[in-house]
Design a protein around this ligand. Structure first.
Ligand SMILES: Nc1ncnc2c1ncn2[C@@H]1O[C@H](COP(=O)(O)OP(=O)(O)OP(=O)(O)O)[C@@H](O)[C@H]1O
Length: 865
């Protein structure tokens, strides 16, 4: 793949204010005149005299610049009814369009590309902070827009919005389709994916089965393996996918926000475009870009009273946001040190955007309230750091083979050639020029035609077969064509950046936006206050409930329709970039206009350059001049000059053949679907069997471990008994030793006394003592000496015994410690196995659920048969 991407250029802090919050330079610091604001100081420089503050006055950003900074804007939300009730005060406020100031200490101020006050509409925020990123993405430059802020500061309100105030995501989608409408010389293919990062686990929000997906890397950067991508054909279609995805997003209640997002979400719009029709020459590269729209979970303040699950969620959220902060600091410190992208899934996925590949817009949402002043200040510092990231946005081009739009275009081209050959009768059964599932179908049908043709004798039969082949080719062309989006305008467009786009949302699109979803989270007290504050729109609970029901029914209806007939021709692509392949899991189906009763018949004329093979669609101006292509079967039949009518009977027969063909295609599709389901079912059964085996094995090893544990516990008990017996023995022994020592001392004392008593009597002066008395004393002395020797021997013996008992005791201690360690190990192993077992059961339950879900459609399709 030939991909031209931007280059990371961490900016060196050359200015003396570069590291001070007051020195916020803007995206345009190199290209726009800088204006200094005197008397503004930062916390860091408040003591210095006359600090200078640089900021830009010119927005939106010019598109011709090659080097840019991240666009950083700050949006205040109004004080919430709860905050008002608590009598909280304004701690921060917008001072003009670009400066934000602290109420208490006005010298603390920050400047950004734009500061939006609490009354600014999301549409205005979009125009300033997002529109240039979206238009860039439509032109082939990657783009990322994300909302950052503490919990309940208004991120989801800004990114998703509601029916009264659609957020950045719906506005961007609408704008993307407007861009297509205003660009008649290019063809587009749009597809979307939607994921969440919850507790550091990546889940696919468009595919509930896609849980705990892996992040992999290739030469284009990080990507999520196996994520589902859906080709989208209209704003309503894209919004319906988001609405369906939102149903799976993790939300919870915090003491700041009753419906708080507990996960980061990334909505990705992948855009491919190439020149239209005749301008589209083979081998020409395709513009390829991705627009990431990110709603981060809110960082949680230490004031949050959380327990259990929510504390765990909060710590994951805080950790990943902390990593985001560290990454941004390192990117901007100019030291070129290691950047820890890999420390969190969020930064891994954002690596490409943060390292300068494409445009980035950071919208920091803050609350003005005094109780959150500290958190707001942290957000402002984060925003200030992010401002220094330098990006170099460039168009991404990819070569033919990697592009889905080229693949479809080539397939349409060769199908048209085959159709033309069939019409002119030059080649009755041409050789296939392209492989793939559609070509396979055609091959089978052609084979059918071929087999039958030999037997047909009449000219009518031949014509019937030809008509059948033509009708099939035509329907394939139509199905593929409608995936590629083109403008209904024939004139050349004015430049996108000068266009005033129609932002208005039709009812159909609004149905997929929440009905002030977040407001429903207010407690009753707040609700009352909210209602009384918002007198223009009296919301009573019944109406809310009713609206919610209607919205849900709308979505369900849409999902059902989509399931039943593949409306919109929903095309699901599971990316497998590791193998370089994209698997198309559901081939393009033929939606009938009658099945789109939820979506009023939406038509769009395909701007074709080939008269003979054109597949014409009607354009419905009611659809805001920018609706998707869904073919009008009737009109295409009328306008397409491929059916040659030679006589009334042939016409009738042709008509019947067409009907039959359609039935055949439907049945074939159903059969293929059933086979696929059957295969999946078999696979699941196999997996369940394997899991059950594993569960049995685990149960066995658990039982074995339990018995080992029991044995070890017995051993340990025995060892403890031994140890306590030894301790008793040792105590007795030490008593005995003490006794012996006492005795010894006593004897020594006696001996000493005896020695003193003997010495003077044996002195020369006393040698006159009589014989028998002398002998008696000598005997006494001898007996005592003997006793002493005896006692010394006993003492030595008892010391030896004491030592041996000591050794024994330490050996016992060691053994006891060893047994305790083993006991601990086996307890850990048991816990691990129990955990594993629990996981297995969860998986088994999931698989069973899946199996159940898959059996249902297969049964219903059987019923159809
Ligand atoms: N600019 C705004 N104007 C009016 N109301 C707003 C605005 N921003 C936010 N709100 C309201 O404030 C409340 C909290 O907003 P939101 O749920 O968008 O916060 P959040 O930052 O996404 O919170 P979390 O991180 O907990 O998900 C909602 O009731 C929302 O409608």
């Amino acid at each position: 793949m030939a991909s031209t991407q931007g280059i990371l250029k961490p900016r060196k802090s050359t200015s003396k204010y570069a590291n001070s919050p007051s020195s916020s330079t803007t995206s345009s610091s190199k290209h726009f005149p800088e204006a200094s604001v005197d008397n503004l100081s930062s916390p860091a420089s408040s003591s210095r005299s006359k600090p200078q503050y640089f900021y830009s006055e010119s927005l939106p950003l010019g598109s011709e610049r090659s080097k840019e900074n991240v666009t950083v804007t700050v949006r205040f939300r109004p004080l919430s009814p709860r905050e008002i009730r608590r009598g909280e005060e304004i701690a921060w406020y917008a001072d003009g369009e670009t400066i934000l100031r602290n109420e208490e200490t006005p010298s603390i101020a920050y400047a950004y590309d734009r500061v939006f006050g609490p009354t600014t509409t999301t549409r205005h925020v979009y125009d300033i902070a997002a529109q240039h990123v979206v238009s860039g993405a439509m032109e082939g430059v990657n783009g990322t827009i994300f909302a950052y802020g503490v919990t309940s500061s208004g991120k989801t309100h800004t990114m998703h919005g509601d029916q009264r105030s659609p957020g950045i995501i719906p506005l961007a989608i609408k704008d993307a389709f407007s861009y297509i409408q205003e660009t008649p010389d290019r063809e587009f293919l749009l597809r979307v994916s939607y994921l969440e990062i919850y507790n550091e686990v990546v889940n696919d929000l468009l595919n509930p089965a896609g849980q705990n997906l892996r992040i992999r890397e290739d030469n284009q950067g990080a990507f999520v393996e196996g994520i589902k991508e859906e080709v989208v054909l209209s704003p309503a279609h894209a919004l319906s996918l988001i609405a369906a995805g939102e149903e799976h997003r993790h939300v919870g209640s915090t003491n700041f926000n009753l419906l708080s997002s507990r996960s980061h979400t990334i909505f990705t719009l992948t855009i491919e475009s190439s020149p239209c029709g005749d301008n589209n020459t083979e081998g020409e590269s395709v513009n390829f870009s991705q627009l990431n729209l990110i709603d981060l979970a809110g960082s949680e303040s230490s004031k949050a009273e959380t327990t259990g699950v929510s504390r765990k969620e909060g710590s994951y959220i805080n950790k990943s946001l902390l990593t985001l902060g560290t990454v941004i600091s390192k990117l901007t410190d100019g030291r070129g040190s290691h950047i820890p992208y890999r420390d969190s899934k969020l930064t891994r996925l954002l690596q490409s955007s943060l390292s300068g590949h494409g445009r980035v817009s950071l919208i920091c949402t803050v609350t003005p309230s005094s109780s959150n002043s500290e958190e707001t200040h942290n957000t402002l510092k984060f925003a200030h750091r992010a401002k220094h990231i330098e990006i170099q946005a460039a168009q991404n081009k990819i070569v033919d083979e990697k592009s889905l739009i080229k693949k479809y275009q080539n397939e349409i081209r060769s199908l048209k050639e085959e159709l033309e050959q069939l019409k002119t009768g030059v080649v009755t059964f041409p050789q296939l020029k392209h492989p793939g599932p559609i070509a396979d179908d055609i091959l089978i049908l052609k084979q059918k035609l071929k087999d039958g043709e030999v037997k047909h004798e009449s000219k009518l039969d031949q014509e019937e077969e030809e008509e059948e082949a033509k009708a099939i080719l035509l329907s394939r062309i139509q199905r593929l064509t409608k995936l590629i989006l083109v403008s209904t305008k024939s004139s050349h467009p004015s430049k996108f950046s000068h266009l005033r786009r129609g932002y208005s949302f039709g009812e159909e699109e609004l149905a997929y936006l929440p009905q002030r979803r977040r407001d429903l989270s207010l407690d009753e007290e707040n609700m009352e206050l909210y209602v009384s504050l918002d007198t223009s729109e009296e919301i009573n609970n019944d109406v809310l409930k009713e609206d919610k029901k209607v919205k849900k029914t709308g979505l369900l209806k849409w999902l059902k329709l989509r399931k039943r007939d593949g409306s919109y021709g929903a095309l699901t692509i599971t990316s497998d970039r590791s193998s370089g392949a994209k698997s198309i899991s559901s081939p393009v189906s033929t939606p009938k206009t009658s099945n789109h009763n939820h979506h009023p018949p939406i038509q769009q004329s395909r701007h074709s350059h080939s008269h003979s093979q054109s597949v014409d669609f009607l354009f419905d101006p009611k659809q805001d001049n920018q609706q998707q292509i869904i073919e009008d079967d009737n009109s295409s039949q009328h306008d397409t000059p491929v059916v040659s009518i030679s006589s009334p009977s042939i016409t009738r027969l042709n008509h019947e053949i067409k009907l039959k063909n359609e039935q055949i295609s439907l049945l074939e599709a159903q059969v293929a679907n059933n086979q696929l389901l059957q295969q999946q079912l078999n696979q699941k059964v196999l997996e369940i069997e394997q899991l059950q085996q594993k569960v049995t094995q685990l149960t066995e090893s658990k039982t074995e471990l339990e018995s080992r544990n029991k044995k070890l516990a017995d051993d340990s008990k025995y060892a403890k008994g031994l140890a306590s017996a030894a301790a008793v023995e040792l105590t007795a022994l030490s008593d005995e030793v003490a006794k012996l020592m006492n005795q010894n001392e006593r004897l020594m004392a006696e001996l000493a006394a005896a020695a003193t008593a003997t010495t003077p009597k044996n002195s020369p002066g006393n040698r006159k003592t009589t014989g028998p008395a002398k002998n008696g004393r000598r005997e006494n002395v001898n007996t005592r000496t003997k006793e002493q020797v005896e006692m010394k021997r006993e003492l030595a013996l008892s010391r030896e015994r004491e030592m041996s008992y000591g050794t024994l005791l330490s050996q016992k201690d060691e053994r006891e410690a060893e047994l305790r360690r083993r006991l601990e190990e086996s307890k850990q192993r048991e816990a691990y196995l129990e955990n594993e077992l629990a996981n297995m059961w969860v998986m088994v339950a999931k698989l069973k659920r899946l199996q159940g879900a898959e059996t249902e459609p297969s049964e219903s399709s059987k019923d159809l048969d």
